[in-house]
Ligand binder design. Sequence first.
Ligand SMILES: [Zn+2]
Length: 63
Amino acid sequence: MIVALGLIVAFVLLLLFSRPALRKCRWRETRGADESLWRCAYCGAETKGARGVPPAVCLRDTR
Ligand SMILES: [Zn+2]
């Protein structure tokens, strides 16, 4: 029983850490005329978005 519980916990942790949306990204904002250029200091991804609203996910794997 304890072994089964350990396996379940390990599986859940694996799922959590493998999901890109949960990576810790540090978005730096460069304000433009209409929208901002967001650059992730953690993975280097760049994207454009609304002012003051950093992207919710890490874009490292989508380039
Ligand atoms: Zn990132």
